[in-house]
Design a protein around this ligand. Structure first.
Ligand SMILES: [Mn+2]
Length: 426
């Protein structure tokens, strides 16, 4: 089941094939002079995949407003169709990360088969205790896993356990837990007790993890709470992961730090202790954590991947997911552009001459070492990314093919605009 025809992709690829072949050959010669076999790099690019969050194909918003887009997905079935388009064109987004309760259905086995028709599998399941659901007994207004009320904490634990059950039916092997719990006023809650209550509740969820599952703990500096957040930083996340046990690890969302934080160093530290779970990719300039990955600071993205590629001999097994909010763009276009930028950073980081870098570092050749990193970063690897897509039946130019397909206009007719004001995903 493909919403974008292979014929259209093939026709467009044929038109661009000659230019692609020339660019790929030229890059191959350049890399060969540097002692790099382009084919081995292209194979890495071909194997790469990043998960799409199901909620990402809808238009997001801020706490001020949400401006709906044309043909927005109405439910998980529409979301899977949109994610299928992204996968068909980019061939590097083979899984989707579901969100419960937003993606709740009556038959998860059927949903798993439906996703498979788009060549999609399910990645980490995301629980939601940061908003109230219809019919919910107790409110999360004052928190969930760290709420002062034990009955509310128990309700949040039960929801997470249900997410694990659902995830097992979908073929997932990880649960991502992010809570907005925190305070807006000094004195509102006891900072130490909140953390202890959180650890106790997380321990009950951890006890329900299947043996082959991992629990991803996601930290966020602030928002929705603005004075204190219970898991505000990687230190709190690491303490929680170490307290809970080997199946608990720390998820790094690139946007959830103070501006200018050295995220790549945090990544190196978490790798050191064997507690890095994976990533939520996005970009940010100030406090917003939801801009498109690689759109503002692609060098920082590269530096994160530099740490990951450097640590590959340690046998990392990481989860990669996009987590961003699209307020002013077509979400499908943004997600394709981001998937490409993330793959670009990965491939660029794969070009670092690590033997020469280690030698330069050993000799305290400061600028020599820096220039080795920069040499990889400034290499235009676009022909490799395009080659990897085309070999798998994807588009040389995914966004161009998407625009040529008329998919969004067609969905605008099929999917009536959802009426009603709501804030988006912030
Ligand atoms: Mn996130």
């Amino acid at each position: 089941m493909r919403e974008i025809s292979a014929d259209l992709i093939g026709t467009l690829n044929d038109k661009a094939a000659l230019a692609q072949a020339e660019d790929y050959a030229a890059l191959g010669r350049q890399l060969a002079r540097r002692g790099v076999d382009i084919e081995s790099v292209t194979q890495r690019a071909t194997a790469w995949s990043v998960a799409i969050p199901t909620w990402g194909v809808g238009t997001g918003g801020t706490r001020f407003a949400r401006f709906p887009g044309l043909g927005e997905p109405r439910h998980i079935h529409d979301k899977l169709a949109d994610c299928g388009v992204i996968q068909a064109l980019t061939r590097g987004t083979r899984t989707v990360s579901p969100h419960i309760p937003w993606d709740r259905v009556s038959d998860y086995n059927a949903l798993r088969q439906e996703a498979a028709q788009y060549d999609l599998g399910f990645d980490a399941v995301n629980s939601n205790t940061f908003q109230d659901q219809i019919g919910q007994a107790r409110t999360y207004k004052h928190g969930s896993l760290a709420n002062a009320d034990p009955m509310t904490r128990a309700q949040a634990v039960a929801h997470n356990l249900e997410c694990i059950e659902i995830g097992q039916k979908l073929g997932s092997t990880a649960l991502t837990v992010w809570v907005g719990d925190g305070t807006n006023f000094p004195g509102q809650q006891n900072l130490g007790k909140m953390f202890e209550d959180y650890l106790d509740a997380m321990g009950q969820i951890y006890a329900g993890l299947p043996k082959d599952w991992t629990m991803f703990i996601e930290h966020k500096m602030y928002e929705p709470a603005f004075y204190s957040t219970v898991i505000s930083d990687w230190g709190s996340s690491l303490i929680a992961a170490q307290t809970l046990g080997p199946q608990a690890k720390c998820l790094v969302d690139l946007g959830h730090h103070a501006p200018n934080t050295n995220i790549e160093q945090i990544v190196a530290r978490l790798i050191h202790v064997g507690k890095l779970a994976g990533f939520h990719f996005n970009d940010s300039k100030y406090g917003d954590d939801d801009l498109d990955a690689g759109s503002v600071d692609p060098f920082r993205l590269f530096l994160v991947f530099n740490e990951l590629v450097d640590a590959e001999p340690k046998g990392l097994n990481l989860a990669y997911m996009i987590d961003q909010s699209h307020n002013v763009t077509d979400p499908i276009e943004s997600l394709m552009a981001s998937a490409i930028e993330i793959a670009r950073a990965y491939v660029q980081a794969s070009l670092v001459d690590r033997t020469a870098l280690a030698a330069a570092q050993g000799e305290n050749d400061v600028l020599g070492a820096h220039r080795l990193l920069k040499a990889a970063y400034i290499t235009d690897v676009s022909p490799i990314l395009a080659e990897a897509r085309a070999r798998q039946g994807g588009a040389l130019d995914p966004i161009g093919a998407y625009r040529a397909s008329g998919y969004r206009a067609a969905k605008g007719k099929e999917r009536p605009m959802v009426v009603g004001a709501s804030s988006g995903i912030v």
